[in-house]
Design a protein around this ligand. Structure first.
Ligand SMILES: [Cu+2]
Length: 255
């Protein structure tokens, strides 16, 4: 009698288990990551970055101060290198600037562009009209969007680095100067040189109650976000191109 009951129970449990695991499975990078921003290029910039990952959805918060006021600041997750920040000693060409390229052996290439709207791919790396402007020298950024698999893996590997660009090195109050950007020679170096950098390290795990991840609400909102980003990205291609031209015109007028 007892044996007869036991078999169906096991069968039911086995049938239910795959559904249960699908609902509760955590990607190996899920969790919170934090960066403490340190100054590069003697910018004096300080700040913090916080990223919460759940599947491909990233909720990103960046706070930074002592930035060039009233100017846009490109910001990215850099990936694929050592997961550390360069120093001014990495100014290999000795032009007085640690350029974005000179920092790449330490922090890698752009994996995600932390734009305010639309596309977040590396293609938007210099879409200055869609990066936050530091009103009064400070910026606060928060956005939730999907990140690509290579960036997810970088977080898991501890090689994702938050970098904020744009430094008024000569103190003129604008991005200017004779040295041109290594990324886009139509821009001054000051507009693209890294101003602050911080490796994104896994924060304390286990702050989310066990079992809290299986709620359906997060997954639903994630799908909605993806749809919204898809539509936004199409519109952004044209806007980014127009914005970049306008930006260069403004810079040219100031020069
Ligand atoms: Cu960058």
């Amino acid at each position: 009698m007892r044996k007869a009951f036991a078999l169906p129970t096991v069968a039911i449990a086995a049938a239910a288990f795959p559904l249960l695991t699908m609902g509760t499975a955590l990607a190996d990078h899920d969790g919170s990551y934090q960066a403490s921003l340190g100054a590069l290029n003697q910018s004096g910039v300080t700040g913090t970055g916080m990223v919460t990952l759940k599947g491909d959805q990233a909720t990103v918060t960046v706070k930074a101060s002592n930035l060039l006021a009233g100017s846009p600041h490109a910001q990215h997750f850099h990936i694929g290198a050592q997961g550390v920040c360069p120093t001014d000693a990495d100014d290999k060409d000795g032009d007085g600037f640690l350029s974005t390229t000179e920092g790449a052996p330490a922090y890698g290439a752009i994996g995600t562009s932390l734009t305010t709207t639309g596309d977040t791919s590396p293609d938007s790396g210099l879409a200055v009209d869609r990066f936050p402007t530091a009103e009064g020298g400070s910026l606060t950024y928060e956005r939730t969007f999907s990140i690509t698999e290579d960036v997810q893996k970088a977080f898991a590997a501890g090689t994702a680095v938050l970098v904020v660009h744009g430094v008024d090195k000569d103190g003129s109050g604008a991005y200017d100067g004779d040295i041109k950007s290594d990324l886009d020679p139509s821009l001054p170096m000051e507009a693209t040189a890294p101003a602050a950098c911080g490796p994104l390290k896994a924060a304390q795990m286990g702050t989310t109650p066990a079992g809290g991840a299986e709620t359906g609400a997060g997954a639903t909102s994630g799908v909605e976000n993806q749809a919204a980003i898809g539509v936004g990205a199409l519109a952004a291609v044209g806007a980014a191109a127009a914005g970049a031209v306008a930006y260069r015109r403004r810079q040219a007028d100031q020069a």
